[in-house]
Write a protein that binds this ligand. Structure first.
Ligand code: BES
Ligand code: ZN
Length: 478
């Protein structure tokens, strides 16, 4: 039996143990966006440190400092960045693994069938259900599984492994960029390539490798006027209403077909080439996958190619919510004093964040002027992350592609994605190394949504894939 085969069979034997560990991790509600859960984020970090230490890693932490929560003046300590090393054999390559141990909020009332922070093992449907199962606790534990299986077998890993695990990804990775630049010539010095498992297959049956992500710029558009909420019967018709102004302005940002209405926004978007067009052929994705994922037939584009192009290589603008507006059930005749509309733009090559922010601010100001309102209008950029594109011809991708064949017996699709992982580009630029996205979960996992799940088979085969990838990297010719 080869070392890889021994590893595979060890993974199979450990299945129950891996699931129990995932259950422990899911039980820690490490929601980075909710200050009342900050201690849980820290606790989740401690849990991972303890597991890594137990497996013989040398573990360090870096502290990104503090955060002014939502600009409210409430100062919160940011959770630590975990740096862990296993092996430092100069004869071996070094793979850097990134993952995030924070999760999105989840409440049973949102529509979850089961408690979001209790892992449910649904054997009949091969599902492990719980917040963070696929995004991103399952994949982080996948790496830990790999290390543990080798320790159990008394085998050395084929490469040196370095971890960089953060607890603020879902809230814009505050403080991480500086740490990576500071450590580029220190902790990260010997890294040969980077692997991030924090995305999903394109569909539900075929693995993929991902070489591009969109960026994300997030804005708060605030309208204020009266000193306090007012009675609409007494003041309606006599004052400028912030929410009326806000709704007018939000309606000017994007039309119902997804076209962004901000002048100049598309100017820097790279035109599509014939070579690029060909990459949209033969992918394991259909409009039915889209319909299944969203649970309805509400597609903007009528074919697969243009659907994926609008997700991967064109910008989009989404409206997320209005803070300060009345949203409880029932009728309340209030006139809110201050309302904040939240929207974000997913950016693509070669859009530039500063330039986009300038265009957004100028446009909103000019549209607000047209309203002739005496209210106050401000636009604030609350976080921004850049788009990222890597070379899928690099040996790092070849190694991952071979590993997919080792485990799944098929060649993976090469994909880009519409989502953002702000730190991906930072790794590429600060370390000048190739970055690969190697997903564990499937497109229908429901990351950020209710009933988030990871298929048990994805967890187990995904663990094998991460291990096989390390063997392929070890053998890769640079
Ligand atoms: N895991 C996702 C990113 C992702 C999702 C990549 C699907 C590829 C495919 C990550 O946790 C995430 O949701 N990121 C945020 C970042 C934002 C806060 C800047 C996102 O994309 O909304
Ligand atoms: Zn994630």
């Amino acid at each position: 039996m080869t070392q890889l085969q021994k590893f595979f069979s060890q993974v199979d034997q450990n299945e129950q143990h891996y699931i129990s560990r995932l259950a422990e991790a899911v039980a820690i509600p490490s929601i980075s966006g909710d200050p009342s859960h900050r201690q849980d984020v820290v606790r989740m970090g401690e849990y991972l440190q303890q597991e890594l230490k137990r497996l013989g890693a040398s573990v360090e932490t870096r502290h990104p400092g503090t955060q002014d929560w939502n600009g409210t003046g409430r100062i919160l300590t940011l959770p630590p960045v975990i740096l862990a090393t296993i092996g430092n054999d100069p004869a071996k390559k070094t793979v850097l693994v990134y993952g995030h141990y924070d999760v999105q909020p989840a409440l049973k009332e949102d529509g979850w069938t089961t408690d979001p922070f209790t892992l449910v093992v649904d054997d009949a449907q091969d599902r492990l259900i719980g917040r963070g199962s696929t995004d991103d606790k399952g994949p982080i534990l996948g790496w830990i599984n790999v290390v543990e299986a080798h320790k159990q077998l008394n085998l050395d890993l084929p490469v040196n492994l370095k971890f960089c695990l953060e607890g603020m990804e879902e809230s814009g990775s505050e403080g991480l960029e500086k740490i990576i630049y500071d450590e580029a010539q220190n902790y990260f010095k010997d890294v040969s390539a980077v692997c991030i498992s924090d995305n999903y297959w394109l569909g539900t049956d075929k693995p993929c490798l991902t070489y591009g992500l969109r960026g994300c710029v997030y804005y708060h558009l605030t309208l204020s006027g009266p000193a306090a909420d007012l009675h609409s019967g007494v003041f309606g018709g006599t004052v400028h209403e912030p929410l009326i102004d806000l709704v007018h302005l939000l309606s000017k940002l994007v039309d119902s077909n997804g076209k962004i209405l901000i002048p100049g926004i598309y100017d820097k978007v790279l035109p599509i080439t014939e070579k690029e067009r060909a990459t949209y052929q033969d992918l394991s994705f259909s409009l039915q996958d889209l319909h299944n994922s969203v649970g309805n037939v509400i597609n903007l584009h009528s074919d697969v190619e243009s659907t994926l192009q609008h997700r991967w290589r064109y910008p989009s603008l989404s409206l997320h919510g209005i803070e300060g507006a009345f949203y409880n059930p029932g009728d309340k005749t209030v006139l809110p004093a201050k309302v904040t509309g939240k929207f974000s733009i997913r950016t693509v090559p070669d859009m530039n964040n500063e330039e986009i922010t300038r265009l957004v601010k100028e446009y909103v100001a000019s549209e607000f002027k047209k309203l002739g309102s005496k209210n106050t209008c401000t636009v604030e950029l609350t976080h921004g992350g850049d788009h990222w594109l890597a070379s899928p011809d690099h040996w790092n991708y070849v190694a991952a592609s071979n590993a997919v064949e080792d485990v799944f017996g098929v060649k993976p699709d090469l994909t880009r994605e519409g989502c953002s992982i702000p730190i991906t580009l930072t790794f590429q630029e600060a370390l000048q190394k190739n970055v690969l996205l190697l997903p564990m979960g499937r497109s229908d996992d429901g990351a950020h949504s209710i009933n988030e799940k990871l298929n048990k088979s994805n967890f187990i085969k995904g663990t094998k894939l991460l291990g096989a990838y390390l063997y392929q990297v070890a053998n890769a010719r640079i």
